[in-house]
Design a protein around this ligand. Sequence first.
Ligand code: PMP
Length: 428
Amino acid sequence: MKSLYERSLAVLPPVAKRATKLGIIQGQGAYLTDEKGEKYLDFAAGVGVANCGHNHPTVVAAVEKQLHSLVHGGHNVVYYPSYIELAEKLVRRVGADYKVYFSNSGAEANEGAVKLALSVTKRSGIITFNSSFHGRTLLTAAMTASNAQYRKNYEGVLPPVYHVDFPDIYNTNLSEKEEIARCLNQLQQVFHNVLAPTQTACIVIEPVQGEGGYLPAPKEFLTKLREICDRFGILLIFDEVQSGYGRTGELFAKDHYGIQPDILTSAKGIANGIPLSAVIGKSEYMDQWEPGAHGGTFGGNPLACAAGIAVLDIMNNDFLQHVSKIGTYFTARLRELQEKYPIISSVRGLGLMVAVELRDKSKEPATELVSQIRKEALERHLILLNCGVFHNVIRFIPPLIIEKSDVDKAITILDASLDASLRKVGEN
Ligand code: PMP
């Protein structure tokens, strides 16, 4: 019998190519089962989606219950309880001065956030960061600057977006202070040379860069951005599509920094796998968003909102503390590996949004080695993802319910995979 991968070749275009050839039929907790019945420890969680664990019983029960009362209402036609209740719960967690608008994907939420900023400021300038990722629609592809592949055939129609370096304190000889100053100086250059701050509608930033390499922004950098935005009436937008929903040990990474964005976008883990995203914005701006200016048929679907309510109930303080605790343990175990394998140039991250970067003796990105490690790990039944503009960073983004024993298992496999890969690929 043909595998799912083999069957895909006849009916799917190359754009739908997967990172692995794995065909999956079931998920449970931190594990996925493939079509042959083999179990895999999932340190990808569908790229940070199954944050409560695959098929969490509370989420499943909530969706099942909703299925029997209302599957679709149309949020642009009527009001229904799950939509309102989820918005109420989110506002309770994020702050009473925010309001919420639901859509289906991260890209769609980012589109919404930027459109809101453009319309309330009546300005046209958009600033994002190098090595960022914000989505693959035309606007969000223009905002994205982590891979030319996302933009190359569309340059002519991409809206203008200016990009500034994101501080990378792990690959520089500069001190953290100097690196922050360098990036802020670039922002000043943009303001001086091409886009006046008074023409700038928004600055969009991932507080922890995801696809770009799991780089937590230094607090001082975000503080300075907040000050600049306040001074010039620019809206500060946090893209928390990857860093949100418990991933960093807080509901949103903004809480690590104690900085309030004007708008925050969320998706991925928000409904533990049912498509849902949110624009969470300060009421003073959200209240100016004209009816019909933004929308979509399926946004805030009742099933997705029911799942979202269950997710927020699961993500209480104990849950978030567990993420921090396991994240600290995991990071310590990764540092042990770093001592054994000097090719690991840095270990970084927050909570369970952690990564190791691999660079050879001459500090060149060890891209091929990372690719080999992922293959070796998969053979040993551990699913890993890479990230970083040179694809030389291994990111660990497991379901947040993992226990110490899962971390130990992953470390043992990673150790064996590093060892085998270094033998096969070498350091260059
Ligand atoms: N923003 C960030 C930070 C992301 O990581 C992603 C997805 N990797 C997106 C936006 C896009 O989300 P989606 O794929 O749901 O459109």
